[in-house]
Design a protein around this ligand. Structure first.
Ligand code: ADP
Length: 606
């Protein structure tokens, strides 16, 4: 039940800001009672005035009126003061709550399986949760506050009205019921539309990013596809806008009808009360009280219903956030984790079968692969063969459907995730460009160890990026990227070397490099590998590469095709049989005669 999210939200609000929430509740009570006190005092004031006028303004009759006027002034002043205090308390509470909810969502987005980021439905869910996060909890709190305050005032006003006719509070209630129905209907429709249109709204956002993102800007200009996406954006927005405006039109008509009914009922009540006054059954003060109480009562009733509707709507929306927070993580630690061994035998993929969650194609099948401890193993193969997928399984971003991955004979599912990943350092194929300083870009891989400047410099040296960093305006303290003020942009190759330094910094026994030299020329590549071998120094290394320069220097080369290892061996041994490796080598060598760059393996791909 969606409304069940209300107590959940309030509990979170309480956890986030206990003190401010208590103050908020106290102020609400006062703010609820003060308007009724004002109305009651008005009646006394009007009756006092009439009496004073009847007694030709004698001091005895004027004195209480002056006193009452003073009290009314104090109450008005108090109302103002409380209003200001309450907005201060509200903004402090809002800041704390927003940060608390952000912390919860961030915690979850770091913990969820990698698969989460690859499913469009989950992306939709995260987009909705993030949309809602910024505004909904606070809006819910505000609506709940106004609801409670209006309810208190309304009860007090109702109590003031009862002496003039028991039916008056009921008339108040009935006059606002059509508005309530209109509201609930609209909220439901709006929420359905919002859920339904999430993919389109996300697409709109994506077009917007394409049109404004700095990384896209060069291609956008060269291929001149700006107007294409502008048009696509406008087109989708037009559809969404039309749907939204249709909803608003319906809402407007329903509200108009409801208001007319409300005005009719209050008109009847006012006429009846004026009639009573003309017949001398009530005083002028009573009439003033009635008018104020009924009029404000109706406003309050509307506010009450509006806020009920809002609360209902906010809880519908907050459902997305709670759904996201309740996501179950699939890749988990075992109950009693085994310690990760110092590798003596090596890494073994045993009869591994794997499909990406939610997709049909089998990516790896009956895959067997051994990476002996302390050796450098290269894996070659055409695009789409499943090489990068191997890395993801070894890091346990996913678990295999059948078979297992073992370290020295122990299934990696038996280790704690954190400990397992601590033993691995990876240069990913598309490393992230962190818009931080050059030093921070390297230090990120081992924040726990808290590497000092010397270690960072050594890693940079090993990756061949130290001279590049030294030539930057502030050396290791240079802000990189263009996101922030005075940032320096690097070339693709420089970013890759920086990422390599990041991978080197981490003192992990398993090192994985996915296309480590894709941005280097072959001259730099050969030099790079010699230095790398010295650096690897007994670590177990898995290199995914297209370059024979690298493959032929590795201890073992595996050739992978269609999710299987087809040829294991050393470079020279692999050249003997007429397998894909030898063929590729020959084909590429003959085609590339005279070229300086190294041949790349070619394959059929997928
Ligand atoms: P390689 O590294 O050998 O080029 P990958 O391991 O990246 O190949 O990809 C192997 C196959 O898995 C490809 O067909 C690719 O389309 C598919 N694939 C890769 N990542 C995903 C993913 N996140 N979801 C679904 N399919 C994927």
């Amino acid at each position: 039940m969606q409304i069940g999210y209300l107590p959940k939200t309030l509990r979170l609000v309480w956890t986030a800001a206990r003190g401010w929430t208590s103050a908020w509740a106290g102020l609400l009570l006062l703010q609820g009672l003060l308007p009724a006190a004002t109305v009651y005092l008005t009646r006394l004031l009007v009756d006092g005035l009439v009496k004073a006028l009847n007694s030709q303004g004698s001091w005895e009759s004027v004195q209480p009126v002056l006193f009452l006027a003073l009290v009314v002034a104090m109450v008005v002043l108090l109302t103002e003061v409380i209003g200001s205090v309450s907005s201060w308390v509200g903004s402090a509470q809002a800041e704390l709550i927003r940060d608390h909810f952000s912390a919860l969502t961030h915690e979850k987005s770091v913990a969820v399986d990698l698969a989460f980021y690859e499913s469009p439905e989950d992306h939709d869910r995260l987009a909705r949760a993030r949309d809602d996060l910024n505004s909904r909890p606070l809006a819910l709190l505000e609506s709940s506050g106004t609801l409670i305050q209006s309810a208190i005032t309304l009860l007090a006003m109702g109590a003031l009205l009862i002496p003039y006719g028991v039916w008056l509070p009921f008339a108040l209630l009935v006059s606002t019921l059509p508005a309530l129905f209109a509201l609930i209907r609209f909220n439901n429709r709006y929420h359905q539309w919002w859920q339904r249109s999430t993919p389109e709204r996300r697409r709109v956002q994506y077009y917007d990013t394409l049109l404004t993102d700095s990384a896209v800007a060069p291609e956008l200009r060269l291929f001149n596809f700006g107007s294409h996406f502008q048009f696509a954006f406008q087109d989708l927005r037009k559809r969404l806008r039309k749907e939204r405006l249709d909803l608003s039109k319906r809402q407007f008509l329903a509200q108009l009808g409801a208001s007319v009914i409300g005005i009719l009922i209050s008109g009847i009540a006012v006429v009846w009360m004026v009639w009573q006054c003309l017949n001398g059954r009530v005083t002028l003060g009573d009439l003033a009280l009635f008018y104020q109480a009924f009029n404000r009562g109706q406003g309050l009733m509307h506010s009450l219903l509006r806020n009920m509707g809002n609360i209902y709507s906010h809880t519908l929306f907050l459902g997305n956030m709670f759904e996201f927070l309740a996501l179950k993580v699939q890749i988990e630690d075992p109950a009693i984790p085994a310690p990760v061994p110092i590798l003596k035998k090596g890494i073994r993929f045993h009869q591994v079968k794997f499909r990406y969650p939610g997709t049909q194609p089998v990516i790896l099948e009956d895959l067997n692969l051994t990476i002996p401890a302390g050796q450098i193993v290269a894996i070659m193969g055409p695009n789409g063969a499943g090489k990068s997928t191997l890395i993801k399984l070894l890091c346990r971003f996913y678990d295999p459907e059948a078979g297992c991955v073992k370290l020295d004979g122990t299934d990696i599912r038996k280790f704690s995730l954190e400990e397992l990943r601590n033993q691995i350092t990876v240069l990913f194929q598309w490393p992230i460009h962190y818009h931080l300083t050059a030093g921070q870009n390297i230090a990120l891989s081992d924040l726990q160890a808290g590497a000092g400047p010397v270690e960072i410099q050594n890693a940079a040296q090993a990756a061949g990026v130290d001279e590049i960093i030294a030539s930057l305006p502030q050396g290791y303290d240079t802000q990189l990227g263009r996101w922030f003020f005075s940032g320096t942009e690097l070339s693709g190759g420089e970013w890759q070397r920086l990422a390599l330094a990041r991978a080197f910094l981490r003192k992990a026994q398993i090192m994985i490099l996915d296309e480590p030299t894709s941005h280097l020329d072959s001259w730099a590549e050969a030099d790079w590998f010699d230095r790398f071998r010295a650096l690897a120094n007994g670590r177990t290394v898995l290199i995914i590469t297209h370059r024979f320069t690298i493959a032929r220097r590795a201890d073992i080369v595996h050739v992978m095709e269609d999710g299987r290892i087809v040829e294991p061996g050393a470079h020279d041994a692999l050249l003997a049989p007429a397998g894909p490796y030898a063929q590729s080598w020959q084909r590429q060598n003959s085609r590339d005669v005279g070229k300086t760059s190294e041949p790349r393996i070619v394959g059929k791909g997928r």
